[in-house]
Design a protein around this ligand. Structure first.
Ligand SMILES: [Ca+2]
Ligand SMILES: [Ca+2]
Length: 251
């Protein structure tokens, strides 16, 4: 069988093993490896549309189920830990409108610091953990609305992952995002971006190989006190995910 032929066979590994053993009993021992390859199939595209594929459970948890043509869906589990920040009611919700001029709904990271003494310290933060039910490959997504407002907030982001990634930044975003000392952040302290139509606050992440877990640390890097009468809530958003995956779990 060619690789192409295998990818068109039914998904169930047991069915493949059974047919291999019944039709070609002589190579039963050698069939183990091809049966595994057959059930894994080829890397197949997946697309996480937050408006269509995602269900929020609480303001700090939710799961997306991303269809993989001819295979099992990839489950994308989202969960948060917050330290001296409160998850706003919109946290973990899918937005109703597009985010960052992507034309698509986004995933909301929406939080408020508990007091100005907790500002500008990445140990006080929300950490969003993204876990894929099996490895995905060539993942890309755009974070949107990395911006700031005087006396209110300065969005700051640092990312860690078991995958290797690079980031392409919009015109009003600076920093590497690879450490808490050089977070992705706006170029100024009053650098506002429209949540829906602005792309200057975008950061597009591209993963070069396999990835199974991503941690996004989010805090306010504002060093001045919160302005009088200001509610220092802040938000960034994740746009759709594109990636590819093998057909079944365990691959
Ligand atoms: Ca923002
Ligand atoms: Ca904004």
């Amino acid at each position: 069988m060619t690789q192409l032929d295998r990818s068109r066979l039914p998904v169930g590994r047991r069915a493949l093993v059974r047919s291999a053993v019944w039709s070609v009993p002589v190579v039963a021992t050698a069939a183990a490896a091809p049966a595994f390859a057959a059930s894994c199939g080829s890397l197949t595209a997946g697309y996480l549309d937050w408006g269509a594929n995602y269900t929020r459970s609480t303001t700090t948890s939710g799961v997306a189920s991303v269809p993989i043509s001819g295979g099992e869906a990839v489950r994308v589990t989202m969960s948060s830990q917050l330290t001296n920040y409160t998850a706003d009611t919109e946290n973990y919700a899918a937005t109703s409108d597009q985010v960052g001029a992507t034309g698509k709904q986004g995933f909301s990271m929406y939080q408020t610091v508990k007091g100005q003494q907790y500002l500008n310290n990445p140990n006080n933060c929300q950490i969003v953990t993204i876990s894929f039910s099996r490895k995905v490959y060539g993942l890309t997504f755009t974070m949107t609305d990395i911006d700031s407002a005087t006396g209110d907030f300065v969005d700051a982001i640092a990312v860690t992952s078991d995958g290797s990634w690079s980031v392409a930044k919009g015109s009003s975003v600076t920093g590497s995002g690879t450490s808490t000392s050089d977070p992705l952040r706006p170029t100024g302290t009053n650098t506002r971006v429209d949540n829906e139509t602005g792309a200057a606050g975008n950061a597009k992440f591209t993963f070069s190989g396999a990835v199974s877990t991503i941690n996004i640390r989010y805090w306010s890097a504002m060093s001045t006190a919160i302005g009088q009468g200001i509610d220092p809530d802040q938000a960034v958003y994740l746009g759709p995910f594109t990636f590819s995956a093998y057909l079944t779990s365990g691959c």
